[in-house]
Write a new protein. Sequence first.
Length: 553
Amino acid sequence: MLPLCSHLALKRGVFYYRRKLPLPHSGEMAISLRTKHFRDAQHLARVADSVFVRFFRSAVRMTDVRTILHKHLAEALADDRDVHLATRHGRPVYASVDSVSDDMSPIDADLDLIGDLLGDAREALATRDYKRVGNLINHYMQLHDLSESQRGELAIGLLKADVHSLEVAQKRLVEGVGEKYEYEPTGQSVGKTLAAVETGDKLSEVLPRFLAQMSETNGLKGQTLMQNRGTYRILLEVCGDLPITAYGRPELARMLDLLRGLPADYGKAKRWRGMPLVDVVQQARGEESRLAVKTLKRHFAALGGLFKYLIERGEYLGQNPAHSFSFPEKVRAKSKRQMWDGERLRLLFTSPVWTGCKTNAQRSKAGALLIKDEKYWLPLMGLYHGNRLEEFAQLLRSDVRSDEGILYFDINDEGLKQIKNQQSKRRVPIHPALLAMGFMAYVESVAPSPGDRLFPKLKPGGADNKLGHSFSKWWTRYRREIGVYEPGLDYHSFRHGVTTKLYAAEVSDVFVDELTGHEGQGTSRGVYAKEMPLLKLYEAICKVEWPEVVILP
């Protein structure tokens, strides 16, 4: 008898090339080599082997891996069912007989063992411990001639199948195994369950409902909503529209690497519009300015929120992949936000808005007209109180209150008003310098009724529909026109100045946080330090002094 080589078969004296088709295909192929001579058939079989391998390697699809995983899980569940049915009554299914004692029944011994195994399996999945299924990975890679690009999906799928099969085993111990069981591989539920575990909806399918829920329950809107949408667009561009379970730390690390290469003016400068991100990074090489650390953190906070939502719903297994990334805080001194002080502070408040301008439309031109409106008061209020712009831009007459003989601003989110967080709700005593400049006379003249706004000229604008939007644009133009514009020196810089003054006067952290609306650290600061004595707050705010600024009533 001739020594037949692999994939050769002799039928009626003629050699055939026969070979099983790889998954997801079924069956085999049989081709007549049209020769009765073994040596010729052997040569032709080698040629056919080469063509066969090249063809199916080039035709590999991601569904191949999913089919392999479906078959793997189905076989594991079928084997587990056989073990259950073959185990005699009164004996443990998985645990050793020695583990059963007077204090522990067979079912308890099995549940303890499966519980331990399941805990290990879940931890391996969460940490992506591929070594746990290393032999299976190599087996399936070789058996189905998979490419290296499919190794990661196969590894994760096997870890998930391991968790799922143990969960089924645990349930069978409690509920038993019937002839028709909901997890049996013959039913559709296994396919659906495994598909959900392995793949789930794609990111583009998840985002609409996630954003809708965040808008409804968390008040996500305006600029924050737009920024988050931008984050998810970047993820889609960098990693592609994958099933949600396919996004892990490696994918998010790729996104972080790209973000770190983007220039600081990305998203603003016209030169980058419509350009793929990889091209932006390539062309921006050599430029010093990059996205701020704060921006990187904002992107990953948005990603963390998305995966938190998915984990809570059971649509993503394991730890949040957006967490535990490091963001070095080292930044160039010139990129840090500055503080208004010294000569530049004197130059600002001796400019036409506070000493006299030409006309309402020409505020930067010196003249005899002094207009006390939002352009006059908001910078002064920021200088002495360190508020966020919108907190004061939206004030109503009813928000200017008095208690214990002390006038104060009540910062709240009543009605249509917006605040950054719950810590922003607070009482801020009005600085005596502002009162000396005639602030209350202004309030009485412009807002006589409780519902009147202190700055009625301000109109909502921008993505967040904020009242301070138009003022911000004017504030930038004005500083440029009078020659005091500096990058990093803006309205928010007043906030830094007040905080610095308070700490320099040795004001307690608790009072600094209460005055500025910062979130205190620790339970006692964040929960119990509410409604601080108004007199103490007034004494603290009085320590904010600016000898460079002299404003006549």
